[in-house]
Design a protein around this ligand. Structure first.
Ligand SMILES: NC(=O)c1ccc[n+]([C@@H]2O[C@H](COP(=O)([O-])OP(=O)(O)OC[C@H]3O[C@@H](n4cnc5c(N)ncnc54)[C@H](O)[C@@H]3O)[C@@H](O)[C@H]2O)c1
Length: 282
């Protein structure tokens, strides 16, 4: 199946990036969120990213203009009803995502593929909620979407060959490197990454070292391009906590217990870069 029209739901840091990369290869994209301010912020993010690429001579002004022309916005999910694929990038909350997939299953054409950019929630749960399980797949982009090459394409037990192949091909057309991953909580990326970030938080909580020192150890000692606490701030501490909770509950193993400091910071509204403060101030 050829994908021409892409709906992206959730205009936050991931949704804006996904809309941008789809629009940049000529897809017709509609970005949907629940408030006008949020879609406006999404478009502002795309604008800023493209402007930076123009100023670094990575793309021409015309490519920027063409990409922006391919993106429209809406607050109404029903505007996406006859799209070829919908990529969901709303907050990492299983009950809100399930509700959204149920609505999408009712609203969208039977041909529409429903993809989720979830970081951790098993795709099978969303597939079941949609009432059209063969059409549901995971399409897990990395942050920042325009820069990072990897896309985990998650195949649930019910995902059809056509749904999987079309999604995998779309990721390739986006100049990404898709990797087939089976449907487990946290998939591969966050099953491995998040426990490390969580452990870095335990180091701070227990007084092993200050955040800067923890990050420096991992950057200089392990050649990580970014320290784990900087990365956690960048992902969003609310998203980190949500992922740890999925790993802890669904894999039923205490080795995934979220660090109490992480819980405390999220409760205080310290969500990282997006709220202006996390392990660092922005
Ligand atoms: N942040 C990361 O590094 C990262 C990386 C990969 C995947 N993800 C996943 O991508 C998803 C989005 O993460 P984010 O960091 O962009 O979050 P974010 O908080 O930046 O954005 C989420 C957006 O979803 C919107 N939203 C919430 N409920 C909605 C609904 N019912 N309908 C429409 N819009 C709704 C919010 O208004 C907000 O604009 C999550 O599932 C997250 O786990 C995040």
């Amino acid at each position: 199946m050829e994908i021409n029209r892409v709906g992206v739901i959730g205009a936050g840091q991931m949704g804006a990036g996904i809309a941008q990369v789809c629009a940049s290869i000529g897809k017709v994209v509609t970005l949907c969120d629940i408030k006008q301010d949020f879609v406006n912020n999404g478009i502002a993010t795309i604008n800023k990213n493209l402007q930076r690429s123009v100023s670094k001579d990575r793309i021409s002004q015309k490519q920027m203009d063409d990409t922006l022309c391919n993106v429209t916005t809406t607050l109404e999910m029903k505007d996406l009803k006859d799209f070829d694929i919908i990529i969901e990038a709303i907050i990492e909350d299983v009950s809100i995502k399930k509700e959204l997939f149920t609505d999408l299953g009712l609203i969208c054409d039977s041909k529409t593929i429903l993809a989720s950019n979830t970081s951790s929630i098993p795709i099978g749960i969303l597939a079941e909620a949609s009432g059209r399980p063969s059409k549901v797949v995971g399409m897990h982009f990395m942050n920042p979407v325009p820069v990072m090459k990897l896309v985990e394409v998650i195949r649930a037990k019910t995902t059809s060959d056509d749904t999987f192949d079309t999604t995998f091909n779309l990721a390739e057309k986006l100049h990404k490197v898709p990797v087939l991953v089976n449907d487990f909580p946290g998939f591969v990326s966050n099953r491995i990454l998040l426990p490390m970030l969580n452990e870095a938080m335990f180091c701070v909580m227990e007084g092993v070292a200050e955040p800067e020192a923890v990050d420096t150890v991992m950057k200089l000692g392990m050649s990580h391009p970014m320290g784990p606490l900087t990365l956690a701030d960048f992902i969003g501490l609310d998203t980190c906590l949500a992922i740890m909770e999925v790993l802890h509950n669904d894999l039923n193993d205490d080795k995934y217990r979220p660090c109490p400091l992480l819980k405390e910071m999220v409760k205080e509204g310290k969500l990282g870069k997006k709220s202006g403060e996390g392990f660092y101030k922005y």
